[in-house]
Design a protein around this ligand. Structure first.
Ligand code: ADP
Ligand code: MG
Length: 259
């Protein structure tokens, strides 16, 4: 096996299983007047349920803005987002907050763990915020899955970056969300730790049927996905699926873009 390729062989079909997140004609302008910056221009895509999508593109191409609009963290200037059967544009801020808390998981580049809480308490936090009591068996199982059962009573500062990000992945999965959005989740990690995190995201897709949408600028990370979207200047300019999503092919398409 090529050491730069992830170990999965069975690619998920990206059609026919239903759409978990549907973005239609998204347009997003940040700021106003002379400072206005158009971050998304007419972006439409259906993210297939139970599939892993990587969003790539140069810095400033709109990746984070797309993720935030799709996840209901930012409202698009125009266009629509359907998630979990709801039109996000029709939801109040309160309804959006509840939807994000109960149905969506988030993983950020810099972990965003709560320093004062133990690893176990960080992972259980989304349930606590929802007023639900974490099932001890489920919490322990998830901690074991991410390789942190022994570290469950430690504070984040006592963990390596890779361990902290694995805790963040467990936190994103604890509610059994339909969709996990990850913005450069391996961006702050060494390659080996990054692979561990990617394997966990892949495992959530394959084992739990979770839909994962991950922003990355690393072709080797994107190669773990079933589908790769390439953004440039706020538009989707390329799309790779299935066996096309190898690190070499992705890198070549990205290079072609820069010419
Ligand atoms: P990427 O994640 O691909 O680097 P972003 O989505 O963060 O791209 O940004 C897309 C464009 O929108 C960039 O030109 C960026 O400077 C601009 N932008 C992003 N967020 C804001 C903001 N809150 N205010 C003003 N401009 C923004
Ligand atoms: Mg970004």
């Amino acid at each position: 096996m090529n050491a730069t390729q992830p170990p999965h062989i069975v690619y998920k079909p990206v059609t026919g299983r239903g759409i978990a997140v549907d973005v239609r004609s998204l347009h997003k302008v940040h700021g106003r007047g002379e400072r206005a910056v158009t971050a998304l221009r007419d972006v439409s895509h259906g993210f297939a349920a139970g599939s892993f999508t990587a969003v790539m593109g140069p810095s400033g191409s709109g990746k984070t803005t797309l993720l935030h609009c799709a996840a209901g963290l930012e409202r698009p200037s125009s266009g629509a987002v359907m998630l979990a059967g709801r039109d996000l544009g029709g939801l109040s801020e309160r309804q959006l907050t509840l939807l994000r808390r109960d149905r969506i998981g988030f993983v950020f580049q810099d972990f965003h763990l709560v320093p004062a809480l133990s690893v176990a308490a960080n992972v259980a936090l989304p349930l606590r915020l929802a007023g639900r009591k974490p099932d001890a068996g489920r919490l322990d199982e998830l901690l074991a899955t991410v390789g942190l059962f022994e570290k469950r009573n430690r504070r984040p500062a006592e963990l390596s970056g890779g361990q902290q990000q694995r805790a963040a992945v467990a936190r994103a999965l604890i509610t059994g969300p339909e969709v996990v959005f990850a913005d450069e989740p391996t961006g702050a990690l060494d390659r080996a730790s990054g692979r561990d995190v990617l394997a966990l995201l892949r495992g959530a897709v394959d084992g739990m049927g979770t839909t994962v949408v991950m922003v990355t600028h690393d072709p080797q990370a994107a190669a773990w996905a079933d589908e790769v979207l390439i953004l440039a200047d706020g538009r989707i300019v390329d799309r790779l699926t299935g066996p096309e999503t190898t690190a070499d092919t992705i890198a070549a398409r990205m290079a072609a873009l820069e010419v």
